[in-house]
Design a protein around this ligand. Structure first.
Ligand SMILES: C[S@@+](CC[C@H](N)C(=O)[O-])C[C@H]1O[C@@H](n2cnc3c(N)ncnc32)[C@H](O)[C@@H]1O
Length: 232
């Protein structure tokens, strides 16, 4: 089933949750959730899933709260994911997120603290901002890092180094169980407007490539990385 039309990595993570929980109840924490739009289709087909979404952008959270008004399956909160969060969750998600977070070890501590024993987290980041031909986007990279030095973290972006991030993950105590690469460049942008049938074919093709090649080989052409980690 198609849960997300324009991003193969997010579709894969949601399919993983679908395989893991099916119709069973589960508590999911979505860190750096934005306005939570991504959950719209998924929640309709998974009535026993409860999502808590956290984001440091108050406007995005307010927007999400308005569009999900009356929906008891999702609870959106304005909070910094670099600080510990109340509650215990079966899975933690971070989608298109890690490259926007300043302090990765602090973020990983939050994930560790929130996950139940045996729980699984999907930690995803994109490298499109750093490879794009868009001059404004390329300029924003150093500017956003400079702003973060003075405490303005909202626009922050920094390319995530796979090896360094994996070292930080292991240092926190997690086991890395999988690494997937998605979002073939430049197909992703093109497919945003495509028919569902074409999108499904694209997703199947990317999953096939992940079976055939190593993440470091796919890194050259695929711009989104998902590290799957397990607690215990
Ligand atoms: C590219 S958006 C991704 C939003 C959403 N996960 C999605 O896939 O549509 C990155 C998000 O990370 C959030 N963010 C960055 N640092 C954060 C932090 N320390 N705590 C919570 N959210 C954070 C930003 O506010 C932004 O909404």
């Amino acid at each position: 089933m198609l849960f997300e039309k324009g991003n193969a990595a997010k579709q894969w993570m949601l399919e993983e949750l679908d395989r893991r929980y099916g119709k069973a109840p589960a508590r999911i924490l979505d860190l750096a959730c934005g306005n939570g739009r991504i959950w719209e289709r998924f929640l309709k087909t998974h009535p026993n899933i409860r999502v808590t979404g956290i984001d440091s952008d108050e406007r995005a959270i307010l927007q999400g709260k308005t569009s999900y008004q009356g929906n008891t399956q999702i609870n959106l909160q304005h909070f910094d994911a670099q600080k510990l969060i109340d509650g215990v969750y079966d899975s933690v998600m971070a989608m298109s997120a890690i490259e926007h977070v300043v302090d990765h070890p602090a973020f990983l501590r939050t994930v560790w603290n929130a996950l139940s024993s045996g729980g699984v987290a999907y930690l995803n980041y994109d490298s499109g901002h750093f490879r794009s031909n868009n001059v404004k986007e390329r300029l924003m990279v150093p500017i956003s890092q400079l702003l973060a030095l003075f405490g303005a973290q909202g626009s922050y972006m920094k390319r995530v180094d796979d090896k360094l991030f994996c070292d930080q993950i292991r240092k926190q105590g997690f086991n890395i169980t999988d690494i997937k690469k998605h979002n073939l460049y430049p197909l992703k942008g093109f497919m945003r407007a495509a028919e569902e049938e074409a999108v499904k074919t694209w997703y199947e093709f990317e999953n096939k490539l992940n079976q055939m090649y190593l993440p470091e080989e796919l890194e050259k052409v695929m711009w989104s990385t998902t590290v799957v980690v397990k607690k215990g």
